[in-house]
Write a protein that binds this ligand. Structure first.
Ligand SMILES: *[C@@H]1O[C@H](CO)[C@@H](O)[C@H](O)[C@H]1NC(C)=O
Ligand SMILES: *[C@@H]1O[C@H](CO)[C@@H](O)[C@H](O)[C@H]1NC(C)=O
Ligand SMILES: *[C@@H]1O[C@H](CO)[C@@H](O)[C@H](O)[C@H]1NC(C)=O
Ligand SMILES: *[C@@H]1O[C@H](CO)[C@@H](O)[C@H](O)[C@H]1NC(C)=O
Ligand SMILES: *[C@@H]1O[C@H](CO)[C@@H](O)[C@H](O)[C@H]1NC(C)=O
Ligand SMILES: *[C@@H]1O[C@H](CO)[C@@H](O)[C@H](O)[C@H]1NC(C)=O
Ligand SMILES: *[C@@H]1O[C@H](CO)[C@@H](O)[C@H](O)[C@H]1NC(C)=O
Ligand SMILES: *[C@@H]1O[C@H](CO)[C@@H](O)[C@H](O)[C@H]1NC(C)=O
Length: 327
């Protein structure tokens, strides 16, 4: 009923808009101009509220979700049982719309394994303020980072060492600023990174017999070992102690001193103390049959402080390491 009445009025008002009536409307407007002003202000306010509280956050979030983090390098120096020195070189691409012209405040992001339920971050990192653009570098250098959970970090190192690829989630919350407008956004990113793939391709490139009595640690074998690193990780591991065995029989032990694994295929010095009888067999095995040693980590330390989150994954992985035949 009410609607039909108002419709009738509307129709009447529209059809019978005579000059006389227009004057009436004009007078009405002039008299009650302040009502119109208030209405107009309210209208603008409502639009602003909708933009700021509904459209801006939703649009900003959508644009942030579209971005992709590309990791160029991830450097871990000075590892200790409780902290590490972290450097990150990455770029964020794919920011469009408002995100391309906005700025993100510095944010504290957590790093965790995507598949780990419940979420257990192994570390947090304060990212610098990020400017909008199609390809924005995000770089941090030598940030002392407390380890949030040693068990989570150990799990991460084990996956990094043992898998071909792994997925790491990065999550944070920040403020996006576009001119005078700002809104809270969530940063949710999952990156797929290459792992060490069980150190496949590790090989003893050269070795020399040493005179044990002349070596302070009693080593009788020294040489160079190739460690392939297909990842973007650059990790200072300290003195890595290894157990050596051959056909299931313990051969002896060794050390890769001051190991700093860099991306790419590089060789590193090692020294070992192996049974003399076995040494003779190795020395004799030059003729054709490749000798394959089983190598397993047996602790890693820096200045005598052991690093459990590196040592544990290294000791659970047995690597087949052939000795490159001598020409
Ligand atoms: C970051 O990585 C890019 C691409 O690999 C490289 O060009 C740039 O020099 C690096 N920047 C820093 C500070 O390491
Ligand atoms: C980041 O957030 C975590 C958890 O809220 C907190 O423990 C840590 O101290 C924060 N780190 C920085 C650098 O603000
Ligand atoms: C980062 O720390 C390492 C080890 O402490 C040091 O050798 C290197 O020069 C530092 N890099 C920068 C850019 O400060
Ligand atoms: C090892 O070194 C000691 C002391 O320098 C020497 O007496 C010994 O003859 C050397 N042995 C061999 C096999 O060279
Ligand atoms: C392995 O490490 C343990 C503990 O540090 C040590 O006692 C043992 O001698 C090491 N074994 C070898 C073969 O190096
Ligand atoms: C082998 O183990 C012994 C005893 O644990 C240790 O004294 C020696 O330094 C180790 N050798 C190497 C090369 O790590
Ligand atoms: C390292 O060596 C492997 C095979 O031995 C090869 O496939 C890979 O491309 C090499 N990586 C680099 C960075 O040279
Ligand atoms: C290394 O060898 C020692 C002695 O043979 C043994 O006690 C230790 O458990 C081994 N370490 C690993 C990680 O297998």
């Amino acid at each position: 009923m009410a609607s039909s009445t108002s419709k009738a009025e509307e129709v009447t008002g529209y059809v019978e808009e005579t000059p006389k009536q227009q004057g009436k409307v004009g007078r009405h407007c002039r008299r009650f101009w302040w009502i119109w002003l208030i209405a107009f202000c309210l209208f603008v306010l409502v639009i602003m509220i909708i933009i700021v509280y509904a459209i801006l956050p939703a649009v900003s979030q959508k644009e942030i979700d579209k971005t992709v983090l590309n990791l160029h390098s991830f450097t871990i120096l000075e590892p200790s049982p409780t902290s590490l020195l972290l450097s990150l070189n990455s770029t964020i691409t794919g920011a469009g719309g408002i995100a391309a012209h906005a700025r993100l405040d510095p944010m504290n992001v957590s790093f965790f394994l995507e598949d780990h339920k419940p979420i257990d971050p192994f570390m947090y990192l304060k990212l610098p303020s990020i400017k909008g653009g199609s390809s924005v570098p995000v770089i941090t250098t030598n940030v002392t980072t407390e380890i949030a959970s040693v068990s989570a970090l150990t799990e991460f190192s084990a996956l990094l060492l043992g898998s071909e690829t792994l997925r790491v989630a990065i999550r944070g919350r920040s403020t996006l600023r576009a001119g005078k407008l700002h809104t809270k956004v969530n940063y949710n990113e999952v990156i797929t990174i290459k792992g060490f793939n069980q150190l496949k391709g590790m090989e003893i490139e050269e070795y020399n017999l040493l005179n044990r009595t002349q070596q302070s640690d009693g080593s009788n074998l020294g040489g160079k070992v190739l460690i392939p690193n297909p990842t973007v990780f650059d990790i200072q591991m300290g003195d890595v102690h290894i157990n050596l065995s051959f056909n299931g029989q313990a051969l002896g032990n060794g050390t890769i001193p001051g190991l700093h694994v860099r991306p790419g295929n590089h060789t590193y010095d090692f020294r070992a103390r192996v049974q003399t009888a076995a040494l003779l067999r190795l020395a004799a095995a030059g003729g054709g049959n490749p000798v394959v040693l089983d190598v397993r980590g047996n602790g890693t330390d820096i200045n005598g402080v052991s690093i459990p989150w590196l040592a544990e994954p290294l000791s659970s992985l047995e690597v087949k390491v052939p000795i490159k035949a001598r020409e």
